[in-house]
Write a protein that binds this ligand. Structure first.
Ligand code: AP5
Ligand code: MG
Length: 215
């Protein structure tokens, strides 16, 4: 049976950081909706052009576009054993669509780690984040600095600051999270799948707590 894990939590809490570690250690595919959108924007695809205006304003991309993109990604062979979903679902219709999609593939959501931290922590993390151009590896100038400033330790590509990490867009993203995504906490709690993880701890401790929750 395939294993699907949904990482839930506000912007900047560390979903991407932990998803990459989990994927590496479990061999499951890492699916980040944000990374997929950024890849499409970089390649100037039609989907990327449609998504870009929403992303730059800190708003959610419409459900039909997002669900279509994830359906396609989940159908690829590297997801046969399952996947770690980072940033999807983000609305109740997306969560329902995921359930239907996985049922089609003969699977279901296995566990939903909900990573939490205060708004102050989120803002500090996003304002100091540097992202790798080639593969979206993330660093933080204070908490997880690259060996050489501006260069990715893992693939040598350039590090940049995301357009939507500007202070006013970060505030908008956090607001959108509370308005449109936070209700998924009770959605998954009611299904008995939610496990709360204290995301304010250092990266290694969050990983430890995550693995304990997934056993
Ligand atoms: P997306 O890319 O998913 O952004 P997000 O959810 O806002 O989350 P982030 O990527 O900003 O944060 P993260 O939790 O991954 O944290 P990270 O590990 O990088 O989405 C971007 C946009 O795309 C959305 O606004 C929306 O427009 C669109 N979109 C995406 N999915 C969508 C969907 N499903 N539906 C509709 N629209 C969608 O960590 C942050 C920083 O903190 C890093 O610098 C890291 O090094 C550092 N850090 C991490 N953990 C720790 C720790 N424990 N201690 C100290 N520092 C840490
Ligand atoms: Mg991320």
């Amino acid at each position: 049976m395939s294993t699907y894990i949904v990482l839930l939590g506000p912007p900047g809490v560390g979903k991407g950081t932990q998803a990459k570690i989990l994927a590496e250690r479990t061999g499951l595919a890492h699916i980040s909706s944000g990374d997929l959108f950024r890849e499409n924007i970089k390649n100037q695809t039609e989907l990327g052009l449609r998504a870009q205006t929403f992303i730059n304003k800190g708003e959610l991309v419409p459900d039909d576009i997002t669900i279509g993109m994830i359906r396609e990604r989940l159908s690829l062979p590297d997801c046969a054993a399952g996947a770690i979903l980072d940033g999807f679902p983000r609305t109740p219709p997306q969560a329902d669509a995921l359930q239907a999609l996985l049922a089609e593939f003969g699977g279901h959501v296995h566990r939903v780690p909900f990573i939490t931290a205060s708004e102050e922590v989120l803002v500090e993390r996003l304002s100091g984040r540097w992202t790798c151009r080639a593969q979206g590896h993330v660093f933080h100038e204070k908490f997880n600095p690259p060996k050489q400033p501006g260069v990715c330790d893992l693939d040598g590509s350039e590090l940049y600051q995301r357009e939507d990490d500007k202070a006013e867009t970060v505030q908008r993203r956090i607001r959108v999270y509370f308005e449109q995504t936070a209700s998924l906490v009770s959605y998954y709690k009611e299904q008995g799948l939610l496990v709360e993880i204290d995301g304010a701890q250092p990266i290694e401790q969050v990983t430890e707590q995550l693995f304990a929750a997934l056993k």
